[in-house]
Ligand binder design. Structure first.
Ligand code: MCN
Ligand code: SMO
Length: 787
């Protein structure tokens, strides 16, 4: 056997619908989240946050809070003067930076901006003291900027030093759009105000930090997706040595991208603990979460498409303007939305030319950061709406127009006009499957019949390409280059059971099961013989954690490679014991066997024991362990979502009847997990299409501060989601795996929007904003916006 098996072994476990091993502790309530961890003597932190969208902070009178109780201590902006402000690292020229102090000193730039942290021996005392302080803080309230329109003009400037609120604007021309527009029979235009919505994890954010002075040791528990990266950031901002910091992500109740970049709180709370020499914890409440945790996805997209009368889309001119909120979110960027949208815009379609204008501006709203399908949701939704608009204008069937413009599998690998290298895919096959499964043909008849009765049903289709496997290459192809580095360590102990330590950091996706499946097939053992640990920087090798649907490809490959290496070590040890050539051995069902004569075998446990304790056997490598690295090429998953719905023309209410989702993520490790991921992502996409939007009053006061006003879909709102798979392996990645965690949210909103426009075609409806709440739907019917 080769010592370095670069493919993933697929025997008993990989590809099987294995029940998730981690779920028992989640379902029985025994999983430990940050809020469950208690350290004797720990102090409770409560934030005092700005009630104003834009205001100078004039005076923070700490004595008001400190007189509430002897245990109260207040940390205001100036107390963090030796903490480096947070800044984004995206390596793009012409991007203006907006350094963010972990607690603001000069100004509040959105309602919820941190102005002080109050710490006390109990949560109640801290709350009382924080409330007293909040009433006493003096502000000089400024005009607030609530729109990206005119952002390049000055006044008022959200960051005084910048002289503008527009922090980036760049046009990249791919191919000759002028020529394509000159040749076009028609130009079809479409605009989309993509709504501002965001992650709604069951667990809000939370940090517990403990600085033990005698040990010179800082331990930080945080509900994070990126423990190692957070450790690097804390070390840098606080000036501590990195090996003295241990970051632990205990059970994390959902992240969805929001817990990816470092929050100011994740630096401020450790600093307070460091200063006090005591454990300090902060747990965000839901209202705080809805105003202070990052929001997402708001963009203004303008598209002009040059098309032929036969329905060929020659070229597009696109403008993507992101509304970044009060700061270009540190360690990420206000660009993540519009920049990723621009690069992903072509999706599965051929374009001869594309003008890509990307801009990001600041407003006095909560900063925008990652949320499942960053940039890609808006890009996909706007593009799929445009494609339907073109079809309607030309009188071509929406399925037909997609077929005309879509890449065929044989054309792949294919470099898109924006430079994304699609590895492989099943664009036509996924569309065909969606059309078949949703019953497209018979639908049209039903629709026509129902329309005569005054009932409006609609069917919408949205195809997508999902960029996955974020390593250095993928992030560069996305337009926001960042290097990456990930590893896994696989170790077999003397009894023959296995520990896997990974640098990805699961927060709901099912990695314990998926990785165990890979190692089980790699080592000829069962999932039950394997323990997977992640989310602890002292116990796992360095890496960037879990986001951008990278873990299956990267974590899967590092585990496969390290397992292959350990397998080779086992075979060498067994070869010593059996006095045969290791090439003549294989592993199956907990045994090392001679190929062709399975009766000559050793139990894995005996080999592992000997490899540890028998100096004649353990030879050159005393431990059955291996750490492997992987920084993958980009891989692109694809699929298609089809939605059938009905609109009540009197109330504007939408009811979803059916959702069909076709997923192609290459080789699947666990089809049951893939299916569940599609369920979650599609549901979040439906939330964005129909319900979710962070609303602000004209003065910048948030109007969606609880789940009464910020509505997310419940099980009752969702029809069953029918998921079907196609497996087109990636020719580039280890094992042919592609990621898939975001596809549903990328595709579903476009399918919903197109279904609404289809249902309301008799009214000439054209969707130009989201969500499709009843008010907006009625305006589409009656032709008056703001009905
Ligand atoms: N998988 C598989 N076979 C494949 C691809 C994936 O079996 N070919 C499995 C993986 O093993 C993994 C899951 O599907 O268990 C998702 O894998 P992947 O697409 O690699 O995505 P990540 O594990 O890197 O997760 C990140 C992705 C993102 S970016 C967001 S946002 C999101 C999502 O996952 N956040 C989630 N799904 C989430 N699910 C939960 N429960 N909670 C979140 O916060
Ligand atoms: S938004 Mo997902 O964590 O990339």
């Amino acid at each position: 056997e080769p010592t370095q098996d670069l493919s993933i072994r697929r025997e008993k476990w990989v590809g099987r619908r294995t029940q998730r091993v981690e779920d028992k502790r989640f379902i029985t309530g025994t999983a430990k989240y940050v809020a469950d961890i208690r350290i004797p003597g720990m102090l409770y932190a409560i934030y005092v946050r700005s009630p104003h969208a834009h205001a100078r902070i004039v005076k923070v009178d700490k004595s008001v809070a400190e007189s509430v109780h002897s245990s109260v201590r207040v940390f205001a902006g100036e107390d963090f003067s030796d903490v480096e402000p947070l800044i984004d690292h995206v390596a793009l020229d012409n991007l203006l930076r907006t350094p963010q102090a972990v607690v603001s000193i000069d100004k509040a730039r959105f309602v919820g901006d941190a102005v002080a942290i109050v710490v006390a021996e109990s949560e109640l005392i801290a709350s009382d003291a924080a409330a007293a302080l909040a009433d006493a803080i003096e502000y000089d309230v400024l005009d607030s900027v609530m729109s990206v329109a005119g952002a390049e003009q000055t006044s008022p400037n959200i960051h005084d030093a910048l002289g503008t609120n527009e922090i980036y604007r760049q046009t990249e021309r791919h191919g000759d759009t002028d020529d394509a527009f000159a040749r076009a029979d028609r130009v079809v235009s479409s605009t989309l105000h993509h709504n501002r919505y965001g992650a709604a994890p069951m667990e809000t954010r939370g940090v517990l930090a403990n600085f033990e002075k005698s040990e010179n040791q800082m331990t930080v528990w945080s509900s994070t997706q990126m423990p190692h990266f957070l450790r690097s950031v804390i070390a840098g901002q606080l000036g501590l040595s990195e090996n003295r910091i241990r970051v632990i992500a205990p059970a994390v109740g959902g992240g969805f991208g929001q817990k990816m970049a470092t929050s100011p709180e994740e630096v401020a709370i450790p600093y307070v603990a460091y200063r006090l020499g005591k454990p300090v914890r902060w747990i965000e409440d839901r209202r705080e979460h809805l105003i202070a945790a990052t929001q997402a996805k708001e963009q203004f997209i303008k598209l002009d498409a040059a098309v032929t009368k036969e329905g060929k889309i020659l070229a597009v001119r696109g403008e993507f303007v992101g509304d970044g909120g009060g700061y270009s979110f540190n360690t990420e960027s206000a660009l993540i939305e519009p920049a990723l949208a621009g690069k992903a815009f072509p999706g599965p379609y051929r374009l001869e030319a594309f003008d890509e204008t990307v801009a990001a501006s600041l407003t006095n709203k909560t900063p925008v950061a990652a949320y499942r399908g960053v940039g890609w949701t808006a890009a996909n939704t706007s593009r799929e709406i445009l494609v339907d608009d073109i079809a309607r204008e030309l009188g071509i069937d929406p399925v037909e127009i997609r077929k005309i413009n879509m890449l065929h599998g044989e054309e792949l690998p294919y470099r898109s006009i924006t430079g994304q290298l699609y590895d492989s895919g099943s664009y036509h096959e996924s569309l065909a499957m969606a059309v078949e499964k949703i019953g497209y043909e018979s639908f049209r008849e039903r629709q026509a019949a129902l329309r005569k009765e005054g009932r409006y049903i609609g069917l919408g289709i949205s195809t997508y390409v999902e960029q996955t496997a974020w390593g250095s290459e993928s992030s560069a192809q996305a337009g926001t280059p960042l290097p990456s580095h990930d590893n896994a360590t696989v170790t077999m102990d003397p009894s023959g059971t296995v520990l896997i330590a990974v640098s990805t950091s699961c927060h709901g996706q099912g990695h314990e099961t998926s990785y165990a499946q890979i190692a089980a097939d790699g080592l000829g053992i069962d999932v039950a013989d394997i323990k997977v640990i992640d989310g602890d920087t002292d116990a796992t090798p360095y890496g960037l954690g879990t986001y951008a649907s990278r873990s299956a490809v990267i974590g899967g490959a590092t585990v496969a490679r390290a397992s292959a290496d350990v397998r080779a070590q086992i075979l060498r040890a067994a070869a010593n014991m059996l006095e045969v050539n290791p090439d003549h051995l294989t592993i199956a069902d907990h045994k090392v066997q001679v190929i062709g004569s399975p009766s000559v075998s050793l139990s894995l446990a005996d080999v592992a024991y000997a490899a540890h304790w028998d100096d004649a056997v353990r030879a050159e490598n005393p431990m059955l362990t291996s750490t492997k690295f992987y920084d993958p090429p980009a891989t692109y998953a694809n699929g298609c979502v089809a939605v059938e719905l009905e609109i009540d023309a009197c109330t504007g209410q939408i009811s979803l009847d059916r959702i069909v989702a076709i997923e192609d993520c290459g080789m699947q490790i666990n089809p049951m997990i893939v299916e569940a991921q599609v369920h979650g992502a599609v549901t979040q996409g439906v939330g964005g299409a129909l319900y979710e939007h962070f609303k602000y009053a004209p003065d910048g006061k948030p109007m969606t501060t609880s789940y009464l006003e910020y509505q997310i879909p419940s099980a009752a709102d969702m029809p069953p989601i029918e998921v079907y798979s196609i497996e087109t392996p990636s020719p580039f990645s280890v094992g042919g795996i592609k990621g898939m965690g975001e596809g549903g949210q990328i595709a579903a909103p476009g399918a919903v929007a197109n279904a609404v426009a289809d249902a309301l075609a008799p009214f000439g409806a054209k969707v130009s904003k989201l969500p499709l709440d009843p008010d907006y739907v009625l305006s589409l019917i009656h032709g008056v916006d703001g009905w």
